[in-house]
Ligand binder design. Structure first.
Ligand code: AMP
Length: 481
């Protein structure tokens, strides 16, 4: 069969994708449209706005990129300087890079210019790239706001706007930036908003920004085949390093993300792992963009099997085949737990999520259990073990935390509360773990379920950020994305 014939048989042809785009989709292995693509592409080709409830991993990038590319291809190369025909906003740099990669793949051979506008890397090269005007600009809201404010970017010609992971932008306090950016784009633009969850603020944002949208809801992968087996290991903060290293000695843990609540904590865990003989990459908001991307690439291509991450840096990351998520500590916001464990169990594969819990974190654990609506089984209890390293005066782990060490999403810049708290409601199946080891294999380590009453709440405090920015305003000093 010739390539032409193959392309004609491609399911994307029936959705209205033609020519070079169809060939590129075919070459990229995109032959059968995913449900979100089948539902979102035809109405967008007709010019309709889209409100999509879908997660990263659902195929939403191609769902919004193919129609935009298809419309831009016909327009030729004439663009005004400093403008972008289409703007895609993403909450994190990593997601933005991922989106550009997919767009480049799909636009192969179609003379489309793309540019990235992200915090944490040189502004000069970004300004230079957009100076002649670009077809598709992919940006995080913070740096984009800076460029608009300084007159390096004009949004008046932007006729396609995509807001990706709206709920995460909300969690990170970007919502006002997003509204201002949308307002600066062409009034007759076509807009697509995607969000994994639907808190009230996102419903309101949709009302304000979308015109008579087609609403599309795609079930997350994990409600279908994948299952994430979740459990808790009770260990004092000082014991966690040893417990983690023992766990990681099990080679069945072949691809592991270890989450740390703070940037400093992530660095410390990485160093401790190195001392214990484990090579781990680390990713957090204080790392340069190049270091973050290298860590992610090394983890993705399997050169390192352990990635230590803070919540914010790991958001939106779609690395296939992560076998385990280990929560070295509990997140400040219970909703983050759901995002963390969702890094495994993707594309229909099972995953294991293990949370190390110090007695001082019991309150946070309770909050997690409340939102996921299940009691997490305890598969190991080290609290009774002798701990020669332990300082008897130490009762909590908070002393590790220098000022400004927490990543942003635990402390929204706009000072409001995060999403609806229903994130975990139906998504994750929880099997009793009595017959599983750390690696998730049936066998030798029975679960030790503890009655609820044994965990004492610790009165966990929440960090709240604050930010009010306009195009004319001042930028906050500490921004993760
Ligand atoms: P996304 O949700 O856009 O990040 O996509 C998740 C993953 O699915 C990415 O690795 C895509 O390359 C892949 N993907 C998206 N659409 C298709 C398709 N129709 N066929 C095969 N792979 C796809």
């Amino acid at each position: 069969m010739t390539n032409e014939n193959k392309a004609e048989q491609n399911g994307f042809a029936t959705l209205g994708i033609t020519g070079a785009l169809l060939k590129a989709a075919n070459a990229a292995g995109f032959t059968d449209p995913k449900p979100i693509q089948a539902q979102a592409i035809p109405p967008q080709l007709e010019g309709r706005d889209i409100f999509g409830i879908a997660q990263t991993g659902s195929g939403k990038t191609a769902a919004f990129a193919l129609p935009i590319l298809s419309k831009i291809i016909g327009l030729g190369t004439k663009r005004r300087p400093k403008t972008a025909r289409a703007l895609i906003l993403a909450p994190t740099r990593e997601l933005a890079v991922q989106i550009e990669d997919t767009i480049k793949l799909l636009a192969k051979g179609a003379h489309i210019s793309t540019a990235l506008v992200l915090g944490g890397v040189s502004r000069y090269s970004q300004v230079k790239k957009i100076a002649p005007g670009v077809d598709i600009l992919i940006a995080t809201p913070g740096r984009l706001t800076d460029l608009v404010r300084e007159g390096d970017l004009i949004l008046a010609d932007t006729k396609w706007l995509v807001l990706d992971e709206g709920d995460r932008m909300l969690d990170m306090g970007f919502i006002n930036d997003v509204k201002r950016i949308a307002k600066a784009t062409a009034p007759d633009r076509q807009t697509a908003l995607f969000s994994a969850t639907l808190p009230n603020e996102i419903a309101e944002l949709a009302k304000g920004l979308l015109k008579d949208p087609v609403r599309i809801e795609v079930a997350p992968q994990s409600t279908t085949a994948a299952e994430i087996v979740q459990s808790v290991v009770l260990a004092r903060t000082k014991q966690k390093r040893q417990v983690l290293s023992k766990m990681l000695a099990d080679e069945a843990m072949r691809s592991v993300i270890v989450f740390s609540r703070t940037k400093h904590g992530a660095d410390r865990v990485t160093k401790d792992l190195a001392r214990d003989g484990f090579n781990a990459a680390v990713i957090h908001g204080n790392k340069s963009q190049n270091a973050r991307q290298k860590a992610l690439n090394d983890f993705r291509d399997g050169s390192v099997r352990i990635l230590v991450a803070t919540d914010i840096a790991a958001r939106g990351i779609d690395v296939p085949g992560i076998s385990h998520v280990v929560n070295f500590d509990l997140p400040d916001e219970a909703e983050s737990y759901v995002h963390r464990i969702g890094r495994t169990g993707r594309n229909g594969r099972d995953g294991i999520a293990i949370t190390l819990c110090d007695p001082s974190e019991n309150g946070k654990l309770r909050q997690v259990e409340r939102i996921i609506r299940m009691r997490l089984p305890v598969i190991a209890d080290h609290l009774g073990s002798p701990d020669p390293q332990r300082d008897p005066k130490e009762t909590t782990e908070r002393h590790f935390e220098p000022a400004n060490d927490r990543e942003h999403h635990g402390g929204r810049r706009d000072g409001r509360r995060p999403g609806n708290g229903n994130n975990g409601k139906k998504r994750f199946g929880g099997k009793p773990t009595g017959e599983r080891t750390f690696s998730g294999k049936p066998g030798d380590r029975p679960a030790v379920a503890k009655p609820n009453g044994e965990r004492k709440p610790d009165g966990a405090k929440r960090f709240r950020g604050n930010s009010k920015r306009r195009f004319g305003g001042k930028r906050p000093a500490n921004r993760a994305a």
